[in-house]
Design a protein around this ligand. Structure first.
Ligand SMILES: Nc1nc2c(c(=O)[nH]1)N[C@H]1C(S)=C(S)[C@@H](COP(=O)(O)OP(=O)(O)OC[C@H]3O[C@@H](n4cnc5c(=O)[nH]c(N)nc54)[C@H](O)[C@@H]3O)O[C@H]1N2
Ligand SMILES: Nc1nc2c(c(=O)[nH]1)N[C@H]1C(S)=C(S)[C@@H](COP(=O)(O)OP(=O)(O)OC[C@H]3O[C@@H](n4cnc5c(=O)[nH]c(N)nc54)[C@H](O)[C@@H]3O)O[C@H]1N2
Ligand SMILES: [Mo]
Length: 713
């Protein structure tokens, strides 16, 4: 427990979060204090006073998944404020159902690599197909197929074009180094050429789309006097108009797959690149053909493009949240800083609740959220912050009550992810370290304090829950697979789930019968123009795909002060911030700091050499990083991967230096638009200078001060 919280009570000295000693207490005291505090907060503010959005990955099987545990618990005690959408594809999640279909439906149907291999002759990748990202899948990867699939396609003669500020996103390809955040302009110009040259697919547009006229008028510049021509796009994207012209010819004359990473919608107006992608693919008319059309996420996770069985896994029942209040997940600082304030989301107006208590399990907001200095201020608002963790992450250091959780190696679980072809008996490898307990055991004890032990556990222990979950699944969702009973499964350790034998082609059914297989959009067709969105009246998300300037990019005014565009992509040596303290991640550091990739020319202009420690800064914050010089990044762009443990010199909101290199001290905390309110992390400008002073020692991986145990109170 944070010292002031324990000695003085909730809400006291909250500005000291992150810089005060902790005091160790027994589990019994901790359970009781948590239960009492939950009761107190419920009495003064109801479910609206408890933020339990608890976004994050954790790392577990189907039972110990922290999100399932915390949400079941909070549902049963009376509800909480939840979070919607994701940091992964917040903008995509809201825009796609309006124009094609929900993201999860689309991701589940992505044309499998074997079909692409047979049919695709040109693969155009906005944001590449970074193989580093396919090391994982939510729930656990099975066979890693993407690297082999890419090689097979290259060997089979498929051409690849990598449209990205970084060559390494798809090294097998021709590299078109695009200025960050300008993909929409390129896609619109390609669509413009298809219309101008009359090479677009009139039949597909007529049978499968609505709203072509409006888009045509916009592209040709009838509406705004500005044709979205290759010359127009050259000025924005930095790619030569002649190359854009040729690319338009190439996509028309090939069986072309147009892929977009998720990163390109994690930017201001992040709805637009996806709408523009769907618009371009519709004009091309290959949607629903084997190997043609669009993809949204080849190269984001191992499972995208696998031909594994689409199947829900065994589930730990969460029940229902009796409280309807939610926030779009990336609006957490806004919520904490502005209770009672109104905001727009997806066509409706909402009010931020007044948060008194944050309860988190399985996430690291002081890694994942944008503008961490702003988050520090926001984090001081609630009376109490409770967090379950395995490690002393920055978020744990900034909590009032930290409940130590055991790791995946210290408990039994069932491993499963859709399309990964297996279910795994995740057997405990050793006893938990120290007094760590599972999230389930912790919630069960707090539930007992609150008098609802039986509701939470249903009388089952962890082992009995695994059996129930497996058997319910075996008889239900997995009924067709003929799986063995639990005991046999557990003994065998792993069961393979056969691949699906039908070829999977994204939107193949819709293409062959657009009326019989109508899409879940209002028109049943692809909406190149959406009346629904247009009627929302948002100038930051109009009724069709449009080029809208990002808040920050190389073409904006701020670029004169902060001339480098900072990208923060997924790290190749870890999953987000997890195990950053372990040797594999630390081996990737440069001069002890998180690497920043800088182009030779940008470095030379600043007198910076390989291996230097630099200060990266803008008006929102500053961090140190270790320089990696490169020619494989567009000059004017720099990259720091996410996930270096946040390590401020001082834990207050005065924009202190982060000693380690977490890009989120620099990123912008503004919603993508009023439509989706997703994260705009990739729309960030910075400056970089050599750090000539004495480099401060890192403390990210040090424990906070923990005072001796208090036996009873
Ligand atoms: N600038 C920038 N920021 C980004 C992104 C970006 O591209 N740029 N990407 C965003 C994206 S897509 C994502 S998904 C987020 C990821 O953000 P997070 O999901 O918050 O990141 P993780 O590091 O995976 O955090 C998981 C935490 O759960 C803990 N944990 C593991 N197992 C358990 C368990 O069993 N129980 C409990 N209680 N805890 C456990 C781990 O120790 C770890 O601290 O980051 C987002 N942030
Ligand atoms: N190893 C590893 N793999 C992971 C994760 C991890 O933490 N570690 N996290 C997983 C999670 S939760 C998610 S959501 C996915 C995310 O998947 P993505 O969002 O697709 O992955 P990123 O690595 O953020 O971005 C991919 C590339 O996009 C490029 N890019 C960035 N901005 C732009 C732009 O404006 N235009 C263009 N054309 N390119 C741009 C960058 O060069 C970057 O390398 O990755 C998953 N895979
Ligand atoms: Mo993500």
């Amino acid at each position: 427990m944070r010292e002031s919280w324990l000695k003085l009570g909730p809400g006291r000295n909250t500005h000291m979060r992150g810089r005060e000693p902790f005091v160790e207490v027994s589990w019994e005291i901790a359970h009781k204090l948590v239960a009492d505090e939950l009761r107190r907060v419920q009495a003064i503010g109801g479910a609206d006073a408890i933020y339990g959005g608890s976004y994050g990955w954790a790392s577990a099987g189907r039972f110990h998944h922290a999100q399932g545990q915390i949400h079941r618990f909070l549902n049963q005690i009376g509800g909480y404020v939840s979070s919607r959408d994701s940091y992964s594809y917040g903008a995509g999640n809201v825009i796609m159902p309006h124009i094609v279909a929900p993201m999860d439906k689309l991701l589940d149907q992505h044309t499998s690599w074997d079909i692409l291999q047979q049919h695709t002759t040109l693969f155009v990748a906005f944001g590449g197909v970074p193989v580093k990202n396919t090391q994982m899948t939510a729930g656990g990867a099975g066979m890693h197929n993407v690297r082999d699939a890419l090689s097979a396609m290259v060997n089979g003669g498929t051409s690849f074009v990598n449209i990205s500020p970084m060559r390494g996103d798809l090294p097998e390809a021709e590299w078109l180094p695009i200025r960050p955040n300008t993909d929409t302009a390129l896609m619109l110009a390609l669509a413009y050429i298809l219309i101008k040259d009359d090479t677009y697919d009139r039949r597909f547009v007529k049978d499968c789309c609505v709203g072509f006229d409006r888009v045509e008028s916009y592209l040709l510049g009838r509406a705004d006097g500005c044709p979205k021509s290759p010359g127009w796009a050259e000025a924005i994207t930095g790619l030569p108009a002649s190359r854009i012209e040729r690319l338009a010819e190439e996509i028309v004359s090939n069986r072309t797959l147009l892929n977009a990473s998720w990163s390109i919608q994690r930017q201001s107006h992040g709805e637009q690149p996806y709408w523009a992608l769907v618009t371009l693919a519709s004009l091309l008319g290959q949607i629903g053909l084997p190997g043609g059309g669009f993809g949204i996420g080849y190269g984001t996770m191992n499972s995208v493009g696998s031909n594994g069985h689409r199947l829900r896994g065994p589930t730990f029942p969460q029940g229902k949240n009796p409280n309807e209040t939610f926030i779009p997940v990336a609006r957490i600082s806004d919520m904490l800083l502005s209770p009672g304030e109104r905001y727009e989301y997806n066509g409706r107006s909402y009010t931020y609740p007044n948060t008194k208590l944050i309860y988190w399990a399985g996430g690291n907001p002081f890694h994942h959220h944008q503008d961490l200095n702003r988050l520090i201020s926001a984090w001081q608002r609630p009376d109490t912050v409770i967090l379950h963790e395995q490690y002393w992450t920055a978020s744990a250091k900034a909590a009032d009550i930290v409940l130590p959780v055991n790791t995946t190696l210290e408990r039994d679980d069932i491993g499963f992810a859709s399309r990964e072809g297996q279910v795994v008996a995740m057997k405990k490898m050793r006893e938990p370290l120290g007094e760590a307990r599972s999230d389930f055991a912790i919630f069960a004890s707090i539930a007992a304090e609150l008098g609802i032990a039986e509701e939470f556990t249903e009388g089952l222990d962890e082992g009995a829950w695994l059996i129930r979950m497996y058997e319910t699944w075996r008889a239900g969702a997995a009924g067709d697979l003929g799986l063995p009973p639990f005991e046999e499964f557990w003994k065998s350790g792993r069961i393979e789930i056969p691949s699906s034998d039908r070829p999977i082609i994204l939107l193949g059914g819709f293409r062959s019968d657009p009326v019989g297989n109508r899409l879940p959009t209002p028109s049943g067709k692809i909406e190149l123009f959406s009346n629904t969105i247009s009627d929302f009246g948002y100038d930051d998300c109009p009724g069709h795909a449009a080029w809208l300037e990002p808040h920050e990019w190389l073409g904006s005014q701020q670029a004169s002060r902060y001339p480098l565009h900072l990208l923060s992509n997924q790290p190749s040596r870890r999953l987000h911030s997890q195990l950053d303290h372990a040797s594999y991640s630390r081996l990737g550091k440069v001069s002890g700091r998180e690497p920043i990739i800088i182009h030779h020319l940008d470095a030379a202009a600043r007198n910076i050499s390989d291996g230097d420690v630099v200060r990266v800064f803008n008006d929102r914050g500053a961090c140190l990083a270790g320089v990696v010089l490169s020619e494989d990044i567009l000059s004017g762009t720099v990259t720091i991967a996410t996930g270096a443990w946040f390590d401020p010199v001082e834990w207050d909101s005065q924009n202190h230096l982060d000693k380690h290199g977490n890009p989120n001290v620099l990123t912008l905390d503004v919603g993508t638009s009023r439509l989706a309110q997703g994260t705009s992390a990739q729309s960030t400008l910075v400056e970089v200078e050599r750090f000539d002073g004495e480099v401060p020692e890192m403390s990210a991986f040090c424990r906070p001060v923990i005072n001796a145990a208090i036996a009873n109170m």
